[in-house]
Ligand binder design. Sequence first.
Ligand SMILES: [Zn+2]
Length: 92
Amino acid sequence: MLCPLCHTPNRDNAKFCKGCGRVLVTESAADYDSAPIPASSAPVEVQSVADVQRVVHEEFTRWFGSESVGPQEKYSEIAEEIWQLWQKSKLT
Ligand SMILES: [Zn+2]
């Protein structure tokens, strides 16, 4: 298909234009498996290590997909570290 923007010929199933990088929306885009990202810009209430762990896990899942991220329990140590750093930064 031709890119509607720069008219570069692309593969019919291409998701992005190789010329300008524009997203190519095709009629057969029904199997487009992009999970809807919640567009919440509200500040997250983080009040405990458990909250940090949950947020870290959610963010990682968004970036890498749930299969490579694994269970939330794996992130207890990193959550603890972030929490300590955060508490320290609030004191200064
Ligand atoms: Zn293009």
